[in-house]
Design a protein around this ligand. Structure first.
Ligand SMILES: Nc1nc2c(ncn2[C@@H]2O[C@H](COP(=O)(O)OP(=O)(O)OP(=O)(O)O)[C@@H](O)[C@H]2O)c(=O)[nH]1
Ligand SMILES: [Zn+2]
Length: 348
């Protein structure tokens, strides 16, 4: 909007348009309640939110059909991935033209991100795995991988690692393989891929099969390239969409759920906001719990309030000493805790 002040007449028009919009929304809610009461909608069916735009949602039914749905007045805060109960409205020929979402099923988990004011807001729900992508180039710092893993563990969603750009792996890539073996030994699934060939694509598809996944990872590791590979048609459509938004219409930053054509029951939830990951909302205890090999030891230090620095009888320090915790993972833990403390005590 321009800095010029709105004239009285302009302001009057804006207010009038706003009032008209509200009136229409109220009217629609009332009509829907009437239709629901009169049984004009079909029976209740299960569905899944694949995109949402304010009070309008795209819901995928069990048959894979997508229906534009309104939200019943008393339902709030649905996000992509939510499982819902919806009812269809039909046209004269008996075809489903639209629907209304009447209930939300309990969530298995929810991914949250801070909004502009730093408040955590749900962005997607019911996710089975977080695929942390890293690449041969830019070379991964182990601490960065750990930061992603800790953030993922805190959501309660299982993480897996994807090493991309293995076409760039030098013959002497022993160091990286060693790093991967360390995470595999901890129990994390690891898949190696490249988008410049077929290598690893089958393994990635197998990992995606039967699950709802999200990709996260540092800029430049190849997330977009991998997703383009998995969703060739969708990629074209998104390209067309963003061309429009560049003209200044509107940009959709909300998450979308995609069904992958190449794997059975494989779904992907993606948006620029989901790919980024923060740790700032975690406390020291949550960071420690994010290191899965620490979990059994937590609570076994001599002092209840042990901060695992130099306290005698620290179960973690002893495990490092005995080689049960890799020193680099422990250094990583320290680094994350220190960096969070610095950020919090730093200037606002
Ligand atoms: N050699 C090689 N290059 C790749 C591979 N995958 C992606 N790239 C290249 O790496 C660069 C970054 O890829 P993107 O897909 O944009 O990475 P991204 O993770 O989506 O990055 P952001 O959008 O910044 O988060 C591009 O120039 C790609 O062409 C790969 O398997 N091998
Ligand atoms: Zn301790």
């Amino acid at each position: 909007m321009s800095k010029r002040k709105l004239s009285r007449q302009q302001r009057w028009r804006v207010e009038k348009i706003q009032a008209e919009r509200e009136r229409r929304a109220e009217q629609r809610d009332a009509q829907e309640s009437q239709k629901l009461a009169a049984g004009e909608y079909g029976p209740e069916r299960p569905g899944r939110v694949i995109a949402h735009f304010g009070r309008t949602l795209d819901v995928q039914g069990e048959a894979g059909d997508t229906v534009r749905c309104h939200l019943r007045a008393n339902l709030e805060g649905l996000v992509t991935g939510d499982r819902v109960v919806w009812r269809a409205a039909f046209d004269a020929e008996g075809r489903v033209v639209e629907g209304v979402v009447v209930a939300r099923r309990e969530r298995q988990n929810v991914l949250e991100r801070p909004d502009a004011r730093g408040q955590l807001k749900p962005v997607a729900a019911n996710i089975d795995q977080i695929l942390v992508v890293f690449a041969v180039e830019p070379a991964p710092h182990p601490n960065l991988i750990d930061r992603y893993l800790v953030a993922a563990e805190a959501t309660g969603i299982a993480p897996a690692l994807v090493l991309n750009k293995i076409d760039l792996l030098p013959d002497s890539g022993g160091e990286l393989r060693e790093l991967l073996a360390r995470y595999e030994a901890l129990g994390y699934p690891v898949v190696a891929t490249t988008t410049s060939g077929e290598t690893g694509l089958d393994a990635l598809l197998a990992r995606l099969e039967g699950r709802t996944s999200v990709f996260v990872g540092q800029s430049g590791v190849g997330k977009s390239s991998l997703i383009d590979r998995l969703l060739p048609d969708e990629a074209l459509r998104i390209g067309a969409l963003s061309k429009d938004s560049r003209k200044g219409t509107h940009t959709t930053t909300t998450a979308r759920l995609y069904r992958l054509p190449a794997a059975a029951n494989a779904e992907l939830i993606d948006s620029p906001g989901i790919r980024e990951f923060g740790l700032i909302h975690l406390d020291e205890q949550q960071v420690a719990e994010g290191f899965i090999e620490f979990r059994d030891l937590l609570g076994h230090c001599r002092f209840r309030d042990c901060r695992h620095r130099q306290e005698p009888g620290c179960a973690l320090l002893e495990a490092v000493e005995q080689g049960d915790i890799h020193p680099e993972r422990f250094a990583s833990y320290r680094h994350i805790v220190d960096s969070l403390n610095e950020t919090r005590s730093g200037p606002p």
